[in-house]
Design a protein. Structure first.
Length: 296
């Protein structure tokens, strides 16, 4: 009975807060998968099965590479590549997100320093930070260590926070974010427009960049509502003195329209897919810019 209650509990958590679920045999499978993923993820942290892929961010008008987003990948011996949307929720629920997030920060800083030393790029690196990571009291200390250990300047590190995480920030965490922002670290709001944050939070929090979610970019040329949302986000960013990045750019026409509307940076498969370290190293050799394809 306890096992069945646990299975129902896992399912309730999957559906979000303030709800309940009755036990179903199907929940056993979900609970077993959850337990299996957690155990394998713990092992992956110890056995170096995790890796970072990198995707460039370029200036919208020139194609200059100005940033690299670090994206976590898990190459599981049983299943192969497991997407983050499957294992990150497990990591957050089990507490593994803390050592996992710290590893990502330190590894991204180390790799960027290696590329800088080789003269391959002077770009920044951006790292996704979860709501749970934001609550840890030593996050600012870890960030300082990453900068110091790798000889990086504050502007060369960007922390990406989702709107959902932003809504869960405790007041005392805002002080830490303010301190990091004052040092020159960029705090960017990821997937902007998909959550429920109020515009007043953009004034209250030390946000330096808005990232337009790919769901709006995808159909912005054919859906007037998506086009209006993209234009509105760019207007808000400019009005508040924030920089802007459009995610999920896949066509020359999207890139051209975004540049026309004043978007600062572009990111997406049109420019470069996420690459593992070895491939990104080769990609960066002799390349400071990415040629922006002309619209048809």
């Amino acid at each position: 009975m306890i096992k069945r209650a646990d299975a129902a509990m896992y399912q309730a958590k999957e559906q979000g807060r303030n709800n309940y679920q009755f036990y179903s045999a199907a929940y056993n499978l979900a609970a077993l998968e959850h337990i299996s993923l957690e155990g394998r993820l713990r092992r992956a942290l110890k056995n170096n099965e995790l890796a970072l892929y990198y995707q460039p961010l370029v200036q919208a008008r020139t194609g200059k590479i100005v940033g690299l987003e670090a994206l976590l990948r898990w190459n599981d011996p049983l299943e192969g590549i497991i997407p983050p949307d499957r294992f990150i929720p497990v990591a957050e629920e089990s507490g593994l997100i803390l050592p996992l997030g710290e590893w990502v920060l330190r590894e991204a800083g180390r790799q960027l320093s290696t590329w800088h030393a080789a003269g391959l790029t002077n770009a920044s690196v951006s790292v996704n930070v979860s709501a749970i990571q934001l609550q840890r009291q030593d996050l600012a200390t870890i960030v300082d260590q990453v900068l110091t250990d790798n000889g990086l300047r504050p502007w060369q590190l960007e922390l990406e926070i989702t709107e959902t995480a932003l809504m869960r920030i405790r007041p005392e965490v805002i002080g830490d974010l303010n301190a990091m922002r004052q040092k020159g670290i960029t705090i960017s709001l990821d997937d902007f427009g998909t959550g429920y944050s109020s515009l007043s939070l953009l004034q209250e929090l030390p946000i330096g960049k808005l990232k337009i979610d790919k769901s709006f970019v995808r159909d912005m040329l054919v859906d007037p509502k998506d086009a209006a949302i993209v234009s509105a986000v760019l207007f808000i960013a400019k009005s508040l003195g924030l920089s802007s990045t459009a995610e999920g750019v896949e066509t020359p026409e999207q890139a051209a329209r975004l540049a026309e509307e004043g978007c600062d940076q572009l990111q997406g498969y049109l420019l470069c897919r996420p690459l593992p370290v070895a491939e990104m190293t080769e990609f960066l050799k002799g390349r400071k810019t990415i040629e922006l394809p002309k619209p048809h």
